[in-house]
Design a protein around this ligand. Structure first.
Ligand code: SAH
Length: 250
């Protein structure tokens, strides 16, 4: 995915504070491309105030007179809506939608549209969209504040990206994770040792090695850990050999 290929489009926003809030929500989550279609009041100091350290997004925002101009080069478009519309449309929640937008963004220009505070997006605007996104809410009150809806969508996009990047833990790990090659050598060594120990009967291995593979696969060994385990196996083999050479006790 590529967050730089995803634009957030606010249509006919009434309150400049919501524009600022949306900019902040975007910047917090690593998105940067804000499009404003015919905003009522903009620029406005309330927008700057709510944006806090995200005023750079406001400075770089693209302001257009029509939705068509904002979407001209987009290949994948999602419209957000607080309620079911007359014509049912492919409808996903924010997480499912983030998945689709994220995939598209790898190679395409994608947009997520947000509507007016008082009446959302028109049916006509929703019908230019490939998908509709609904954030599940209490049925008592389904309409979120505009900037908060932007926050949730951007958060899901960020989480999707995070799942594809190396985990933070991996990035700061002190030793490289071992290769598949080394793991195969380790499994051969482990199997050999378990046979020598007579823990594993080669005639009836059952699922033992599969289960051990699953176990080590779950934790992912780094090179140091792998070397420690290999050392333990080698010592174990020596002790087994020594025990075999020794005369039976008693
Ligand atoms: N009365 C309007 C509410 C608009 S809220 C309506 O029924 O559509 C302003 C904008 O915030 C919406 O157009 C949409 O972009 C976003 N939004 C608010 N609540 C949402 C929800 N539950 N799911 C998805 N988007 C939502």
């Amino acid at each position: 995915m590529n967050l730089d290929n995803i634009r957030i489009v606010l249509v006919n926003t009434t309150h400049p504070g919501n524009i600022g809030g949306a900019a902040r929500a975007m910047k917090n989550m690593g998105l940067s491309r804000l499009y404003l279609v015919a905003p009522h009041r903009y620029p406005d100091e309330q927008a700057d105030w709510r944006a806090a350290s995200a005023v750079d997004l406001l400075d770089n925002a693209v302001v257009t007179a029509t939705l068509d101009e904002a979407l001209a080069d987009c290949q994948f478009i999602v419209g957000t809506s607080a309620r079911e519309r007359r014509i049912p449309w492919p409808l996903l929640d924010a997480r499912q939608c983030a998945d689709r937008v994220g995939q598209a963004s790898a190679r395409e220009q994608a947009a997520v549209l947000f509507g007016r505070e008082d009446r959302g997006l028109t049916n006509e605007e929703l019908q230019v969209c490939n998908l509709h996104l609904n954030i599940p809410t209490s049925s008592d009150y389904s309409s979120l504040n505009l900037a908060m809806a932007v926050q949730i969508v951007c958060y899901e996009l960020r989480m999707l990206g995070a799942a594809q990047w190396p985990a933070v833990q991996d990035a700061v790990w002190d030793t490289p994770f071992t290769t598949r090659d080394n793991m195969e050598r380790f499994y051969a060594h482990l199997e050999q040792t378990l046979v020598e120990l007579e823990f594993l009967d080669p005639a009836a291995p059952r699922q033992l090695m599969s289960r051990l593979r699953r176990l080590y696969g779950r934790v992912r060994l780094d090179e140091m850990e792998l070397n420690i385990l290999r050392g333990i196996l080698t010592e174990t083999q020596k002790w087994v050999a020594r025990a075999r050479r020794a005369p039976p006790a008693g």
